[in-house]
Design a protein around this ligand. Sequence first.
Ligand code: ZN
Length: 306
Amino acid sequence: MSYSKELKSELCVSVKTTFKSKCCRSALLTGLLLFTNTFTHEKIKSITESESVAKLTIKLLKEFGLTPNLYETEKKNDGEIYLNYKITVPVRREVESLIKELGYGSDEPLDHIKRELITCDKCSHALIMGAFLAGGFVNPPENAYHLEITTSNEALCRDFADYLSECGLPAKVTTRKSSSLVYYKESAGIEDFLSYIGSQKALFDLMNVKIFRDLRNNANRAANCDAANIDKVISASKLHIESIKMLIEDGRIELLSSDLRMTAMLRLENSEATLAELAALHDPPITKSGVNHRLKKIIEFANGQK
Ligand SMILES: [Zn+2]
C-alpha cells in the first residue's frame, strides 16, 4: 500500500470520532467533492484508489440524501493489481439539492470555498482533510519532503491556496500539465499541514525519520571532525620532526636548552601524539601551551631565526 493511501485510511478512521457535527461533515464533503474528478451542477464523478476514501464518500453522500453508485475496477500498474473505486451520482436533482445545501447558488461556479460554510472551529480542519483525501499526495517521510493537493480547476487551486494561508498553512502554487496544485516542500510546512488535518501517524513517522537523520548527520559530522583533527596533528608533527632531525644532523641540537631538548626527543619518539599527550609525557608534566611554545621555539631555531 502506498504511503498516501495508508495515511488516508488512518484519516478516514478518525472522521467518526473527530467530525460528528453536521457542519463539519458538510465541510468534509465539500472538500472531498471540490477536489474530486468531476463536481458540477449536473454530476458528481469520483475516482479513487483508496477503499477508505471511497467508503467515506459514499457514506457522506448517503447522509446528505443522495443515492450514489459504486463501481470497482481492477487496474494493473507495474505488474501489481489494485482496485479503482468509481463513485457517480446519476440523479441531477440530487446533485442540485446537495449543492444548495452546501451553500452554493444555482449558477454559482464550484471553484471556491464558501467561507460561510465554516461555522465551528473544527469545520476548516474537516474541509482541508476532505481536500487532501480527494486530491492529496504525500511522499513517505524517508524520501524528499513533498506534499501536494491537485485539481484540474485553476481558480479553485488559487482560492484554496488563499484559504490555506487564512488557516495559517501557507502553501506554494504551481501547474503541472493540465492540473494546478498547492504544495509544500519543507518539513515544517508538511508537519503543520498533517497535524492540522489530524494525522497522528504521519507526524510520528516524520519525527522518527527526523531523529534518525539528525543522528546520522551528527555521526558524519563527528567522523569528519575527527579526521580533520587527525590530519592537523599529523601535519604539525611532521613539521616538528623535520626540524628536529635537521638539528640532530647538523649537531645544533646540543645548543638547545635541556628543556627544549627533552621536548624535541619526546616529539621524535611520539610522532602521532597530540600536544596534550606530549605535555603529559614530560617529566615533570608541562601544559599543552607550554609544549606548543617549546615546539615553536625549536622550529624557529632550526630555521635559523634564533
Ligand atoms: Zn463544524
